[in-house]
Design a protein around this ligand. Structure first.
Ligand SMILES: [Zn+2]
Length: 201
């Protein structure tokens, strides 16, 4: 058996599993890697191998964190600590960060409520969100969830349970297409959606 063939196939399969990468792109990645110097490949491999040891969640907002400490956003003393932007995951957090339009804190829910998929509110970090709002004197909660069916359902649920908490609730302005994803929105559209957010209560 040709061993070299099997390792390239294994790598093509691994890259194909990445979000947004099809088989053709995965093949291009592997051909690119084959042309790289040994040192590049060894460093790349060593970094990948080390990754599981740096895979932590921020204990405050559940953003990705490289260490067992709060993430750079939560650690930044210049942020507005009275606002929390609720996002599905740290991808969406990064996309909103890239617009530079928002200077508050975040809360990564870990998904959206989707009962047919078995994702009920207790599977998400809803309890932690309520605790933060109550304990940290939060004044505004921005619900930055994807404008699709389960995103809308999650917004309705959160609106209901946040209602008694005396906190301003706002939604991203329309402009994000229905069914669109924050992750793929262009920065200008998303920046406008944050600036033009509307207060719900
Ligand atoms: Zn954090």
């Amino acid at each position: 058996m040709n061993n070299e063939q099997s390792i390239t196939n294994k790598l093509i399969n691994a890259f194909s599993a990445l979000p947004g990468v099809g088989r053709k792109t995965a093949e291009r990645f592997v051909f690119f890697l084959l042309k790289q110097p040994k040192e590049f490949l060894e460093n790349f491999g060593a970094d990948l191998k080390e990754l599981p040891n740096h895979n932590f969640f921020c204990p405050q907002c559940f953003n990705y964190s490289e260490a067992r400490t709060v993430c750079p956003v939560c650690a930044d003393s210049k942020r507005d600590r009275a606002a929390i932007c609720v996002v599905e995951n740290f991808h969406d957090l990064n996309v909103i960060e890239a617009t530079k339009e928002y200077n508050g804190l975040y809360h990564c829910l870990g998904g959206k409520i989707d009962p047919p998929e078995g994702i009920t509110p207790d599977k998400l970090r809803v309890k932690e969100l309520l605790e933060r709002i109550q304990n940290d004197h939060i004044q505004e909660v921005i619900l930055a969830l994807n404008p699709d069916l389960s995103g809308e359902g999650t917004i309705i649920y959160l609106k209901k349970i946040l209602a008694p908490l005396n906190v301003k609730i706002s939604l991203l302005a329309r402009g994000l297409p229905m069914g669109g994803e924050i992750e793929y929105a262009d920065e200008v559209t998303l920046a406008n959606a944050i600036k033009g957010r509307r207060i719900l209560n």
